[in-house]
Design a protein around this ligand. Structure first.
Ligand code: FAD
Length: 530
């Protein structure tokens, strides 16, 4: 599984890269002759750069670009896009496509640009030439961080914490870029309370598909603002986002409960997330849930939590039930609230229907809690298991259909196929914490669940996981489950039209307005899927 560089997939990729490079060299030369002298030396065509931009975390799709652009300034990005937009004829691609690539943590080639140009935002960040991170506000006004689209959330956290501040809405893993998560939504256990990350954005600088640099917010250029948030990179490249900050707590009570009954588990999750109003003091700060299945270890890479001494009794319970459901919650506190935190949790936990005796608690620092996935990543990296294929499937399921999903998917497809490894997440969120004007597409119900199958597979067996994912989607279609994919991937125009539903008209009008020549993020395959 870890022998990535010796695998047949790797060798095939190398061959494809070389063949493509030979066939696109003519085209690239034509572009390069058009590139302004000050940016032409920023286009990389060496195999290392090309291969890096032809793969992502999914390791399943490999679209080879003609070049990789490493900007030295925001202006360079605008110049590149303008060049493509104004270009009438370059080889047989008119104009050339451009994709910003954050960390390439997508799983289905969403940050790739076949025969086009990939803008390497990671190198842009490493060169220190982007907007960086600046904390501002205060004095009675909202605190905020002005953050380059190329920045990592972990660095936003560190910079904000230096001022005793923090963003409120997170992803489980923090080594993702601001531009990348804002192009999707950015969800985690805080979403039920604060909404996804896209709702914490106050203002942005965006370079549109016409190469124009535009500052946008809810008040100014609002159409672009709403388009870009959750917009899958279709309308512009985010070069700066202003993120709202709040005072940071110091520590976190982090609790897990085990359930053997899905209906009791979801009922408790739903009750806990119903306490979410800003005036309701006694509310949680984070709520997620996951499946524990007999195929996998009970502590997975996303977090090790259960004490070793308890593993045998948990494993025996999993073996008995085949699947357990783990409710995970957290409450933040600081010096002032420390005296009350246990009491408040006790009140909240009254009446929960977990299996008696299967309650686990940890007390950790705020940063340790938010950065909980990192140690698992480093461990996998050291074992060569991070760069394996990741045939992930992420869905939003309406609350009214989550029990049908449980019986059809968790209790049937997953049991039958018996291959699921890696984390499987299930947790609810409140629709009223999302902003429907933004591009992100979610189910039309007050409460809906995020369900994530975060598989790692070998190079030789990823197709079995892919087949399972397809069977799950087929089951949902047949059962009339009105799901939406998160981090979506569709192969047909019809798939995209259904995905956006009533928002499709607005989405495609905005595309024609802000990227009329269909230049940006072609790897999403929304407007170029034939
Ligand atoms: P990329 O994959 O590089 O890009 C994603 C898309 O955004 C592409 O279409 C790209 O062209 C576009 N894009 C990139 N930068 C910009 C920019 N500056 N302006 C405009 N468009 C841009 N997601 C969650 O919501 N919650 C989680 O808890 C979570 N956990 C994860 C854990 C792991 C280990 C991994 C690998 C992913 C996780 N994700 C999670 C998914 C993550 O949000 C997506 O992969 C997302 O795309 C961010 O990754 P990235 O920054 O590498 O962006």
């Amino acid at each position: 599984m870890g022998e990535n560089f010796l695998s047949p997939t790797y060798l095939i990729l190398l061959l494809i890269t070389i063949t493509r490079l030979i066939s696109t060299v003519g085209k690239t030369e034509q572009w390069k002759s058009l590139l302004l002298p000050e940016i032409s030396n920023k286009l990389r065509e060496d195999p290392e750069a090309i291969q890096g931009a032809s793969r992502d975390y999914g390791n399943l799709i490999h679209d080879v670009p003609a070049g990789v652009f490493v900007p030295s300034s925001v202006q360079d990005i605008a110049t590149l896009i303008k060049l493509s937009y104004n270009n009438n004829k370059v080889g047989d691609s008119v104009p050339f496509s451009i994709a910003a690539r954050g960390q390439g943590h997508s799983t289905k080639g969403q940050a790739m640009a076949r025969d086009g140009v990939v803008v390497d935002m990671a190198r842009f960040r490493e060169g220190g030439n982007g907007v960086g991170i600046t904390v501002g506000g205060g004095g009675g006004k909202q605190y905020y961080a002005d953050v380059g689209g190329e920045q990592l959330w972990i660095d936003v956290l560190r910079a904000a914490m230096e001022h005793g501040l923090t963003p409120v809405s997170w992803t489980d893993y923090l080594y993702l870029t601001v531009g990348g998560t804002l192009s999707n939504a950015g969800i985690s256990g805080q979403t039920f309370k604060y909404g996804p990350q896209i709702t914490s954005v106050l203002e942005m600088d965006v370079i549109t598909g016409k190469g124009e640099s535009v500052t946008c917010s809810k008040q100014t250029n609002s159409e672009l603002f709403y388009a870009v948030l959750g917009g899958l990179g279709q309308f512009g490249i985010i070069t700066r986002a202003r993120i709202a900050l709040e005072p940071a707590p110091k520590r976190v009570k982090w609790v897990r409960f085990l359930y053997d009954d899905f209906s009791a588990f979801t009922k408790d999750q739903e009750r806990l997330i119903s306490i979410n109003g800003s005036k309701q003091k006694n509310r949680l700060d984070y709520l997620e849930g996951m499946l524990l299945m007999h195929q996998g270890p009970i502590n997975n890479w996303r977090s090790s939590f259960f004490p070793l001494a308890d593993h045998p009794r948990i494993i025996s319970l999993v073996t008995q039930h085949r699947v357990l459901y783990c409710l995970e919650v957290a409450k933040y506190y600081d010096d002032q609230s420390e005296v009350n935190v246990d009491k408040e949790l006790q009140v909240l936990f009254q009446g929960l229907s977990y299996i008696p005796g299967f309650y686990y608690e940890k007390n950790v620092s705020f940063v340790e809690f938010l950065n909980r996935v990192r140690s698992g990543e480093l461990k996998l990296q050291s074992q060569g298991l991070w760069d394996v294929p990741h045939p992930w499937l992420n869905l939003f399921i309406p609350k009214s259909q989550i029990l049908d999903f449980d019986s059809g998917v968790f209790k049937n497809i997953i049991h039958k196929r018996n291959i699921t490894t890696g984390p499987a997440l299930v947790y609810p969120m409140n629709r009223n914490k999302w902003d429907n004007k933004m591009s992100a597409s979610i189910p039309d119900e007050d409460v809906f669940y995020a369900v994530g199958f975060l598989h790692s597979s070998g190079f030789d067996n990823w197709k079995a996981y892919d087949a399972q994912n397809r069977e799950i989607l087929q089951f949902c279609n047949d059962a009339g489950i009105k799901y939406k994919q998160y981090l979506p991937h569709y192969r047909t125009q019809e798939g995209w039209t259904n995905h956006f539903g009533p928002k499709w008209g607005t989405f495609s009008e905005r595309k024609h307005q802000f990227d009329p020549r269909m230049i940006l993020s072609p790897g999403q395959r929304i407007f170029n899927n034939n």
